[in-house]
Ligand binder design. Structure first.
Ligand code: ZN
Length: 183
């Protein structure tokens, strides 16, 4: 695994974002270190969630903080979905793009915490959308995959620009502000 001090957010067009993350097994101190570095990266970019593939690490780990405290989750999966909600979501890996995403309203997530203990999380509203967004990242799925035909037309140019930038280092911070919810 790469040096965590060099964790950089990968941009749309980077193959790392389309890979399916490997389950974490066994859990090592190195994973805990990566999780805490991921949290730092998320806060530094004013995000409320971040998945390991977004920093080029192909492991099933996510962090999230939608205002009710920091979650560091390993091997998370949605085990129950209820209802519907639509939120405008941005993505730290797709700066400047906002997509209306239809997701389950209430969910139950099963995961392990950073000590390997099983955790059950019931989430709704923002936390629910955030966890579903991050778990999507672990499957190589991105918000652009939810875009309607017209949204796709609207963001086409932006995505082309990002693909060109994907090889450059880092994310232009000002651009990430264009959508209030950065995940
Ligand atoms: Zn994202």
């Amino acid at each position: 695994m790469p040096e965590t001090a060099l964790l950089k957010i990968r941009l749309f067009g980077d193959a790392a974002l389309r890979r399916k993350a490997e389950p974490v097994k066994p859990l090592t101190p190195r994973h805990r270190e990566i999780l805490s570095q991921m949290a730092q990266v998320m806060y530094a970019h004013a995000g409320v969630g971040l998945a390991a593939p977004q920093v080029g690490i192909n492991q099933a780990m996510i962090v999230a903080d939608t205002g009710s405290g920091l979650y560091k989750l390993i091997n998370p999966r949605v085990i129950k979905r209820e209802g519907r909600q639509v939120l405008e979501e941005g993505c730290l890996s797709i700066p400047g793009v906002c997509i209306k995403v239809k997701r389950a309203g209430k969910i139950k997530v099963l995961a392990e915490d950073e000590l390997g203990k099983t955790v059950n999380i019931e989430a709704e509203d923002l936390l629910s959308a955030c966890l579903q967004h991050e778990i999507d990242h672990l499957k190589g799925k991105l918000i652009v995959d939810y875009a309607s035909f017209f949204e796709k037309l609207k963001i086409q140019k932006k995505l082309q620009e990002l693909k060109k930038k994907a090889k450059d280092e880092g994310v232009p911070r000002a651009e990430t502000k264009s959508c209030p919810l950065q995940l």
